[in-house]
Design a protein around this ligand. Sequence first.
Ligand code: C2E
Ligand code: CA
Ligand code: CA
Length: 639
Amino acid sequence: MRKTHAHDDAQSINNVLERRAFQLIAISCLAVFLCAVLTLLEGDILICQLLISSVPPLSFCLYLAHKKHTKLSSEGFIWTLTFLLLSILWLSNGFFNAGLLALPCILIFAAMLGTSSSFGAILALFSLNIALMGYLHSRGIFVFSHITNEKTRPIISIIIIGVSGFSMRLLIKDYTHAIRRLGRENAKVKESEKAIAFLANHDSLTELPNRTLANERFQEAVQRLTLSHSNKKIALMFIDLDDFKTINDSLGHAAGDRYLVAIAERLRDATRPRDTVCRLGGDEFLLILEGLDHERDASLVAGAIQKRISRPVITGQHKLVCSASIGISVYPNDGERYNELVKKADIAMYRSKEVGRNTFHYYCVSMNSDALDRMQLLDDLRTALKNNELYVEYQPIVLLATGKMVGAEALVRWQHPTRGIIGPDMFIPLAEKSGLIVDIGAWVLERACHDIAGLQHHHATDFYVAVNVSTLQLKRDDFKKRVENVLASTPISPQSLELEITESELLSDSAEFDEAITQLKAMGISLAIDDFGTGYSNLGYVQKIKVSKLKIDRSFVHGIQGNSDNQAIVRAVHNIADGLIMSTVAEGVEHACELDFLKRLGITHGQGYFWSRPVAIECLIHLLQEPHTTSLNNELFLS
Ligand code: C2E
Ligand code: CA
Ligand code: CA
């Protein structure tokens, strides 16, 4: 971009120079011609001949200038004029000649159009010649007559002054134009410098201070505190929005951005002018609250912020609601360095997430070991696959009308060498954050297809398996290939495989995602939307990609018989599914009364502890063989 600007500028300077050279040569040609006519009238044949003889080279220079050979034409032009003037001076009355007036004019031409060496050479040449003339004249060796023609001298002088004036005018015009332009450029540079400085210290979306400025503000606050010799505290508050990913993924980045801007505004409103609100990135914000009498005071602000954030934000036709998890660290109690305090506030925030989100925690030392614990767990997870520590359990999916078990969902578990069995809720988020989910997911898919192939072979050929996939897997170029390979290496048909995609991840507006979905559909694999009702589905998209099932999140199913809100939601999901010819699976069915209610609402499938907990493949086969044990006898299979 900058290169193009520089190129444009150079081009426009060249254009001006070309124009100027042509104008000056043209006017000088005219002046020479006029002078020739005047000297002819005056009868000064020699000078007239000299002037006429310069017309062809000047015309040639004019031609060159017209052809845009500016350098060559300019040099030719100023040197022709130089020699013409010197010859006239020597052959007429030397420095008494009116032509001497043309000297400054030639120097202006040389300064404007020539190189600096030409200018120097011409200046030196003139000075030497005039000095020589003066010397010869004063010594009487070469005496110049100071009798000049009184009639033509004024006219020739006017012509020379006119040409000088004209070139001077052009020069000044170019100069003032350049100065003005420079002034404008300067103002622009100053403006962009200001913008760059702002961008370097602020987040471009919300215009809140960024990490760097937050650090500076913190140092300033510490300095003020030290100078005041008071016992006041500074609190750092780490705020993370709980459901932002859902908003971003389901409604797109533009809606996500609008939401963040609205939240930034609320945070600014909730704090005092002396406090700093900054955005650390994504949906993470940091508040620096200074001058607190007691660390407890930060909890009032935290409460106020949570209240403000929980109010819906209206963007377009959407009403978006989020909550926030907050962590607080305090200077100087928890540390003195900025990075250390931010890290501790982050750790405290993580605790808020762990205990169910939408709450706040102050940092305490024991949390540190939890953070280390998580890091250790992630380390262990990296080797879990290699060490065969993962295994898959299956939870039956039942057709409500007949009570028949028609499929099962594959759910991964981790047999940790020292901690015992770890559930997916504990390690799947870690796997997603670290990217390990791609390999883990591929392994689960392969394991599930092999297990179900065995089951189909001996027991039920139309039994299907539902496997959870993360968007991270779907966005990989090789996902389709991996699925094809798994299907090719087992005898199960694509129709027996269902992939479950969580609603919140369904609509991440990416081309890779769309492409993967289309290819999977083309292979004959069916898709189910998991945890339906917890995200913001675009039903048009759901219809477009021809999803076969909606899995109603268990939070709506639990205690449905006594909860009219949940009844309304499940009824609405059923209606949507019915309209789009999709089946519905109620997740988390635990009690017969829930089952009765769901049946009455027209829900087609069910899954839950009512029938069975997730079990090993052998146990699943056993359940299939003994269908009576699958009904109201769940105690048998509680693991
Ligand atoms: P999900 O896909 O919604 O799976 C259903 C979860 O609900 C399972 O938890 C299951 O044990 C539990 N559940 C089933 N019936 C009942 C019930 O009647 N009551 C209650 N309270 N819970 C019930 P689980 O196995 O702990 O899995 C948790 C989540 O982990 C899954 O939620 C899924 O999102 C994720 N997950 C599990 N395996 C995989 C996997 O292989 N890949 C990926 N990407 N995610 C997985
Ligand atoms: Ca699932
Ligand atoms: Ca689910």
